[in-house]
Design a protein around this ligand. Structure first.
Ligand code: EPU
Length: 302
């Protein structure tokens, strides 16, 4: 979608929005898949209610993009614009055991920054790609750690109320890869309450998680992490592997040879190919195990 009305463009500039016209989302998602649209980069949290009001008044559909690491975007010209927060400097401010983190901060860098200041707890999240905001929205987790456990409060733009609110951690429910945030809530910042730990101890934990991840997950390939959520007590990766589906491909979309719940883009996969592969694997798992798999990857149709 292209914005061309000069009055709208002028108003967006006045609201400190940087417009990147015709951006390909394939460059903004870890899968390397996605069509083109205008990208609106937000430099000031305070201007968000006015930006959303402007888009609503002009009936311009929009989506909020975090780090793009758990996202499958449709092909071609997209029928909505994308909003993304610009990371401020600094993006993490420490105050005792509290880390005040901007939603646009990189999750892994935040974990190591806190480690250097002897704040731990999040070692398991070290190799999880994406932003703090994205991790928060889906309660990202790995190796026994989930980000929700450390949330003291969240600054969020609530589209339903058209205002920025501060929510306490106990007002949010954090479950396995799911939170009580509304789909149109926009994460702006979070305060994490982290346990004090010596740096050397945290680094030991980080190394162990990195080794486990390197041994079992595809590294350096274009993926969105696990495609499906695990049903309680089971591993979808193991099921897909048991069905002999590692390496199954549709075009350039392929079930990883290393971890069967990772689907990788080995070249120029389209969203159509990746969706077809997801549908095929879902159907085969349902046929053999009687289980209907739920997507972990978020799909934005064109
Ligand atoms: N397994 C196989 N074949 C495979 C993959 C796994 O046999 O192709 C077996 C493993 O050998 C192991 C068991 O399945 O015995 C579980 O595998 P793993 O430890 O990799 O855990 P997982 O359930 O497949 C979950 C998360 C990952 C997270 C890891 C480590 C989900 C959907 N996946 O994977 O999270 O990194 O545990 O904590 O919850 C993600 O959410 O995107 C993600 C990668």
């Amino acid at each position: 979608m292209r914005l061309s009305d000069s009055k709208i463009l002028h108003e967006l500039t006045a609201l400190c929005v940087e417009l990147l016209p015709g951006k390909s989302l394939s460059t903004l998602t870890s899968l390397g898949i996605g069509g083109t649209t205008d990208l609106l980069r937000i430099t000031k949290h305070e201007s968000i209610p006015a930006i959303l009001d402007l888009l609503d008044r002009h009936k311009i559909p929009h989506r909020f993009l975090g780090g793009g690491s758990n996202l499958l975007v449709g092909d071609g010209e997209l029928s909505w614009v994308v909003l993304q927060l610009v990371k401020p400097e600094p993006d993490v401010v420490l105050e005792g055991n509290l880390a005040h983190v901007d939603a646009a901060a990189d999750l892994g860098r935040t974990v190591t920054f806190c480690a250097k200041h002897n704040l731990g707890g999040m070692e398991g999240l070290i190799g999880v790609p994406g932003t703090i905001g994205g991790a928060l929205r889906m309660n990202a987790g790995a190796y026994g750690t989930q980000i929700g456990s450390y949330v003291q409060e969240v600054k969020v733009y609530r589209a339903s109320r058209r205002r920025i609110e501060i929510l306490r951690g106990d007002q949010i429910s954090f479950e396995y890869r799911h939170t009580s945030f509304a789909p149109d809530d926009m994460m702006l910042a979070v305060t994490l309450n982290l346990p004090a730990k010596p740096y050397t101890e945290i680094i030991r934990g980080i190394r162990i998680c990195n080794e486990k991840r390197r041994a079992s997950q595809p590294m350096g390939q274009k993926s969105a992490g696990c495609i499906f959520k695990n049903p309680p007590g089971a591993s979808v990766g193991r099921m897909i592997d048991e069905l002999g589906l590692k390496g199954l491909s549709i075009g350039d979309a392929r079930v990883s040879d290393r971890h069967a719940n990772f689907f990788v883009n080995v070249g120029r996969a389209s969203a159509g190919e990746m969706l077809a592969l997801i549908a095929e694997v879902r159907a085969r798992v349902e046929k053999s195990y009687g289980l209907r798999l739920e997507n972990e990857v978020v799909v934005w149709s064109a």
